[in-house]
Every structure is written in structure tokens, then in C-alpha cells.
Design a protein around this ligand. Structure first.
Ligand SMILES: O=C(O)C(=O)C[C@]1(C(=O)O)C=C[C@@H](O)C=C1
Length: 374
């Protein structure tokens, strides 16, 4: 389902004309010298669209550095004066919004922990009423697309039309490759549901590791995201926060140089013809897949009737395991990833069980209806 937000295209409110769009700067503003020196080196690369810096830092545990506070806004002002770069900060309360706007900050962003809390988002939205400032909304820490969209709606309802989302990945439990799981599917769903919404990727927070930033940034651009926010510090080894994921301005410049930018729209006629030919093949195969899935469901329903007449349980673990094994083996022989085949089969099996459930419990349709409405 498509959602209509009242959004202005990104290139009308970020007008640097630089490709790709890169918002960069230290995780935290630590000292005036650190911020201004980093900003100057970033500006000198000629590749940066806006300068970011955390002033108020929501930290998971107490006792950690929680941001330099309002004084940092003065430093940002100086960095802007000396580099010409527009500035961006995270806001988490109405007071932050008021102070940031009073200090001339150009872009505000709502952090992942704030997005997870509708009361906080509403407080920020209320403080933004009547203001025409760009706002970016990070995904919530938990993988909840509705919460992300809800936060964007609240900010949009406050009259903010210069709106973008930031994809910074999702918290997960235990040791994982990334600091925050990108769960690309969620960002793709957001793009599908709100096609006009620009999405900025945050590879620093996804990876938590400077060596992987280029890899994730490339993936983001390949998925048609509109820009990146990357943490950069004049000397990451002494950074007060998130040292492992910050890069020097020079390293950031290399990361940007190594990106391959691709376009969503196809311009050349030859490429477009070839693509159309291959897409026609895919369309035919998709039709066949759906046709075969429908045939399979029909047989599952016949089995369901048989099970009902003979009092046999729906779930047949041994048969299911046999199907899983033989089909993933077959898939492997055809160069399909086993995990992918398994997921696909699981989806089919779950639907098959749902249909047999309806047959075995005929007369209980109202219960099913109530459940789907709940
Ligand atoms: O073999 C059966 O008993 C079926 O009903 C088919 C089927 C399936 O769709 O693959 C469905 C449910 C069982 O758990 C096992 C397999």
C-alpha cells in the first residue's frame, strides 16, 4: 500500500549539486578545535554536502560522554562560517529543536532511540510547527517499519516537507557481523510504500567498523538510496565516542572515490531494449511460478479433505523434513542458496497449513475472520 506524504524532492532543498550526497562529520563535537579542524578538512575534499556533529548524545549506559551540549552549537556556527557547509544535528527534545534553530542549524535529525518513542517524536513535531527546516528521521532501534513511518508522518503532519529517512540499521542480540543489522528488506519496504521519500544510509552505525563503511555505502547506492551519512573525525584513534567507526576526512574522500554510482532510470535505448527483453522472460517465469504454487495449494487442499475424513493431523513433520531436504538438495544442484530455498518452501508450507486448517475446522470461519481483523 502506498502512503502519500507531502514531501519536496531532495534536490530542491539540498542544493549543493554534489554527487553523491554525503553528510559527514564527527560522531560528537568534542572541542571547538576538533570540530572546526575536521570540518575544514572535510570541506577541502570538495565532496561533502553537509557537516554533522552530535551535540546531545543519547547513550545506552549512564556515565558515558553524553555530548558537549549547547556550547557545541556555537562551534557548529563557526565551522559553518569558515567552511560554508550547512550543518546538521540530532535533536531529541523540544528544547533541542528550539536551541538548534536559534543557532541557525540547517538540518535536524531524529535519532533511532527517539523514533522508537512516539511521545518524543510528537514533542519534536510540536516544536517544529510552522518551521520550514529539513528533518531526517532515523529508523527506530527495533525493526518496526510502522514505527518508522509513524515518526515520519508525525513530522510531516507538523508541516515539515523537507523530509528524509535515515537507514542506520537495527539492534540485535548477541554477536553479529554488523553493529546494527541493516535488514535491507525494511528499507526496501519503506521505499516501496513511500516512493517519494529520500533515504540516506548511515554505514557508520550499521557497521560499527570503519573497514566496512565503503561496502555498505555501495550497497545503499545500489538500492537507490539518495545519500550517506558518515562519521568522520580528524583523529579517530582519540575520538571520545564511536572511535572504531569514524574515518579521517582523507579516508572518507577515498571511500567516496571508490563508489560506483548507478541510476534507477535507463537512458540508452539499446540498454533499455535488452532490459525489456530480459524482463519479459522474468514476467513469463513469474507467471509460471504463481501458476505452479496455485496448483500445489489445490493439491494441499485435497490432502486437507483427506486428513479431515481420516482424522489425520495437519502438520506432518517427517514428510515436511523430507520435502525440505530433497528440495534444498535439488536447489543446491541448480545453484540456489540453501537458505533461500528453505525460506521459500517455509512460506509455501505455512500457507498450505493455513488452508488445510480452514478445511479441517470448517464452520470456524468466523473465528478466522476475527483473528485476521484483530
Ligand atoms: O504431505 C502432507 O501431509 C501435506 O499436507 C502437504 C504439506 C506441504 O504442503 O508440503 C503440508 C503439511 C504437512 O506438514 C506436510 C506437507
Amino acid at each position: 500500500m502506498k502512503l502519500n506524504l507531502n514531501i519536496q524532492p531532495l534536490n530542491t532543498w539540498i542544493t549543493s549539486g554534489k554527487e553523491p550526497l554525503v553528510i559527514a562529520g564527527p560522531c560528537s563535537a568534542e572541542t571547538e578545535d576538533q570540530l572546526v579542524a575536521t570540518a575544514k578538512l572535510l570541506a577541502n575534499t570538495g565532496k561533502i554536502t553537509a557537516l554533522r556533529a552530535g551535540i546531545w548524545k543519547p547513550r545506552t549506559r549512564p556515565g558515558e560522554f553524553e555530548g558537549i551540549g549547547s556550547i557545541g552549537l556555537e562551534w557548529l556556527k563557526r565551522a559553518k562560517e569558515e567552511t560554508g557547509l550547512p550543518t546538521a544535528v540530532e535533536v531529541a527534545t523540544a528544547k533541542h529543536v528550539e536551541e538548534a534553530l536559534a543557532a541557525g542549524v540547517d538540518i535536524l535529525w531524529v535519532g533511532a532511540r527517539s523514533t522508537a518513542n512516539p511521545f518524543t517524536v510528537q514533542e519534536i513535531a510540536d516544536a517544529l510547527q510552522g518551521v520550514d527546516v529539513p528533518v531526517m528521521v532515523k529508523n527506530p532501534v527495533n525493526p518496526d517499519l510502522s514505527l518508522w513511518i509513524g515518526a515520519l508522518e508525525r513530522i510531516n503532519n507538523a508541516g515539515i516537507t523537507k523530509l528524509a529517512a535515515i537507514h542506520r540499521g537495527f539492534s540485535s542480540y548477541g554477536n553479529t557481523t554488523f553493529r546494527n543489522d541493516p535488514m535491507w528488506d525494511l528499507a526496501i519496504s519503506l521505499k516501496t510504500q513511500v516512493p517519494d521519500l529520500p533515504i540516506i544510509n548511515d554505514p557508520s552505525h550499521i557497521t560499527g567498523n570503519r573497514d566496512l563503511i565503503g561496502y555498505i555505502a555501495q550497497k545503499a547506492f545500489d538500492l537507490d538510496m539518495q545519500g550517506v551519512m558518515i562519521e568522520s573525525h580528524i583523529d579517530p584513534s582519540v575520538a571520545w565516542t564511536d572511535a572504531k567507526q569514524q574515518v579521517t576526512p582523507a579516508a572518507l574522500s577515498d571511500i567516496i572515490d571508490n563508489l560506483t554510482l548507478r541510476k534507477a532510470e535507463v537512458k540508452s535505448a539499446a540498454v533499455s531494449d535488452k532490459l525489456a527483453e530480459l524482463r519479459a522472460k522474468i514476467d513469463k517465469i513469474d507467471d509460471l511460478i504463481i501458476q505452479k504454487v496455485a496448483e500445489r495449494m489445490n493439491i494441499a487442499e485435497q490432502i486437507g479433505k483427506y486428513k479431515k475424513d481420516n482424522n489425520i493431523t495437519i502438520l506432518q513433520v517427517n514428510r515436511w523434513e523430507e520435502i525440505l531436504k530433497k528440495t534444498t538438495d535439488y536447489g543446491k544442484a541448480l545453484k540456489l542458496d540453501a537458505e533461500f530455498t528453505e525460506k521459500l518452501l517455509e512460506l509455501v508450507h505455512t500457507e498450505s497449513i493455513r488452508r488445510q486448517g480452514i478445511i479441517l475446522n470448517e464452520g470456524q470461519e468466523q473465528v478466522e475472520e476475527k483473528l485476521t481483523q484483530a
